[in-house]
Design a protein around this ligand. Structure first.
Ligand code: ZN
Length: 403
């Protein structure tokens, strides 16, 4: 396999083996036909890009996506704050256009619209784009790439003051074509902002961010090389708590903005941590093994005491953990998720029927395994009543702990 950015050879360093598509929840009759795909990660020692060895065609992954972003209150607040912050920083006004790539059901764009700014969304999931359009969030049901950007700019004369994308940069196999599209669709004075899980998480046992949708695991040193290919410049970088640790990068046409000191300081931190060396990445294997043993020992102990365990929420990362660690109905009594789109369906690979969270207070399991560990504090807060009646929580990542 060749590097998707620079065409050099990739060296594999971690493999989860054959995994199901963790966002493809199943109807009972579809369980027998469920497909699995290799899930292995490699490193390019030329441009430092960490990436999947094999990918699944985007058409198969994103055309009928089940994730509706507006389900979390925490997320909606985040959208509002981000819109305010970017509007102020980039001096957006009523004449400005925000183009969001992978805009999902339009939660982030709604926040910009509320501030009186013009918006346009693009998202390949036809079913979700339809939901957005019905809510008055203009959304084109397409993949963003160079061809699309050409259509937008040359045929329709549209260029954006802000191009925004959360959790999309990691999802696009044809990444060079994608960043060239960004170059084309961005106004001369515009800024593109992307937010995505930071590669550092992999070194902190957050291996469950590895799934087929995530083709890339970015460090800043790799991103600088990537954007240079499209004649774009990263002028600032921030760390955010999203997805258990993300980076937010600010991009412009070259020499438009003063380069922030954050860039140099993060680059030197990454080099100090060995993000440019394959040996650094190989350590993940041992760390994940230790984590797995700790969690499985705990679950075994609880079951041996005759107690019950349910899983709280079935996010993509949770399904990776369940599948890779072999946690299914051998340990779990049931699983719940707030998203109505998932309820009544079976989890990928582990085939657990997804219930509504109401079942927790009804059945009162002794333990709740929080699979959306990145928002564990919010979950514990929401489930106070469960905790007050004796329920306990297990947080599996980055350290196994019982609350
Ligand atoms: Zn490369």
């Amino acid at each position: 396999m060749k590097c998707r950015s620079c065409d050099s050879a990739i060296i594999e360093f971690f493999s989860l083996g054959q995994m199901p598509l963790v966002n493809s929840f199943l109807k009972k009759e579809k369980i027998v036909a469920e497909k699995k795909y290799d899930l292995s990660v490699g490193f390019c020692s030329e441009c430092y890009l960490v990436q999947l060895i094999n990918t699944v065609p985007p058409e198969e992954l994103f055309r009928n996506y089940i994730y509706f972003s507006s389900t979390s209150k925490f997320f909606l607040e985040h959208c509002k704050k981000l819109a305010e912050e970017l509007t102020k920083r980039l001096k957006l006004n009523k004449e400005s256009l925000v183009l969001e790539i992978a805009s999902n059901d339009g939660a982030q764009l709604q926040a910009f619209k509320d501030l009186g700014i013009k918006i346009l969304g693009v998202d390949p999931a036809v079913n979700i784009a339809e939901v957005a359009n019905k809510k008055g969030i203009s959304t084109m049901a397409e993949f963003f790439n160079y061809d699309f950007a050409q259509k937008l700019t040359r045929e329709k004369g549209i260029q954006a003051d802000l191009i925004f994308g959360a959790n999309v940069l990691a999802h696009v196999p044809e990444i060079v074509d994608f960043v060239k599209g960004v170059k084309l669709a961005l106004k001369a004075t515009g800024t593109a902002v992307f937010e995505f899980p930071y590669l550092k998480g992999l070194m902190e046992k957050k291996f469950d961010t590895i799934y087929h949708e995530h083709v890339f695991y970015y460090s800043l040193i790799a991103l600088i090389n990537l954007f240079k290919k499209a004649d774009l410049e990263i002028y600032d970088v921030e760390m955010t708590p999203m997805q258990g640790g993300s980076l937010k990068i600010f991009i412009s046409h070259p020499n438009n903005f003063k380069i922030s000191e954050n860039i140099e300081s993060l680059v030197s931190e990454e080099l100090k941590s060995g993000f440019d060396k394959i040996e650094t990445y190989r350590k993940i294997n041992e760390q994940v093994k230790v984590l797995k043993n700790e969690l499985i020992d705990l679950l075994k102990k609880i079951k041996a005491e005759g107690k019950t365990i349910a899983a709280y929420s079935a996010p993509a990362k949770g399904n990776i953990l369940l599948n890779y660690f072999g946690v299914n109905n051998n340990y779990l009594d049931f699983i719940v998720d707030k998203s109505e789109a998932k309820q009544g369906l079976y989890t990928p690979g582990t085939h657990l029927l997804v219930y509504s969270p109401e079942k927790i207070l009804k059945d009162k399991p002794d333990y709740l395994l929080i699979l959306c560990w990145n928002i564990a504090t919010e979950i514990v807060e929401q489930l106070k009543e469960y905790q007050e009646t004796g329920g306990k929580f297990i947080v599996p990542i980055p350290e196994v702990k019982v609350i």
